[in-house]
Design a protein around this ligand. Structure first.
Ligand code: SF4
Ligand code: SF4
Length: 161
């Protein structure tokens, strides 16, 4: 009887010490995080600075395009739509319209990489949310719009990679 009582007390003490250890471990994690800088920001009031090689909305320069369609061939989903007319008088293709649907684009950057005239470039624009997905089909006028620097530079904040 006395032996059982001592055994129970012993077990109880072990459980208390184990629980205290777990609580201590939990607080270690909490205190460790208290010393760290916050990762999250108050978007959209604060915005992260995209990194230099960030692949955002594509910019297109109509005048530089030679309608070669390399961008279509290197695109994994043949996405860019290049509409042109062959001018036999000058023996050249003349670009009529160009479009990319950002609702489908995977922002791989292949078209930008392989365009022979560098008329495509990736911008830092990442705010592409719309109510209607068809609005993400950018024609050459929309693609030619210069990116709006919507973010606020903040050297203390981490950047988007
Ligand atoms: S690869 Fe460049 S030049 Fe050729 S069609 Fe595409 S955007 Fe135009
Ligand atoms: S970024 Fe990639 S998926 Fe988008 S149009 Fe260019 S090649 Fe196609």
């Amino acid at each position: 009887m006395t032996f059982n009582f001592i055994k129970n007390i012993q077990n109880y003490s072990e459980e208390i010490s184990q629980a205290s250890r777990y609580i201590g471990q939990g607080f270690t994690v909490t205190f460790d995080h208290m010393n760290r800088r916050p990762i999250t920001i108050h978007y959209p009031y604060e915005k992260l600075t995209p990194s230099e090689r960030f692949r955002g909305r594509i910019h297109f320069e109509f005048d530089k395009c030679i309608a070669c369609e390399v961008c279509v061939r290197v695109c994994p989903i043949n996405l860019p739509v290049v509409d042109y007319e062959f001018k036999s008088s000058i023996k050249k293709k003349q670009l009529k319209s160009y479009s990319i649907d950002f609702g489908v684009c995977i922002f791989c950057g292949n078209c930008v990489e392989y365009c022979p005239t560098n008329c495509l470039s990736m911008t830092e624009e990442y705010e592409l949310s719309v109510y209607d997905r068809h609005e993400l089909n950018f024609d050459h006028t929309a693609l030619g719009r210069l990116p709006v620097a919507t973010y606020l530079s903040s050297p203390t904040k981490p950047s988007i990679n």
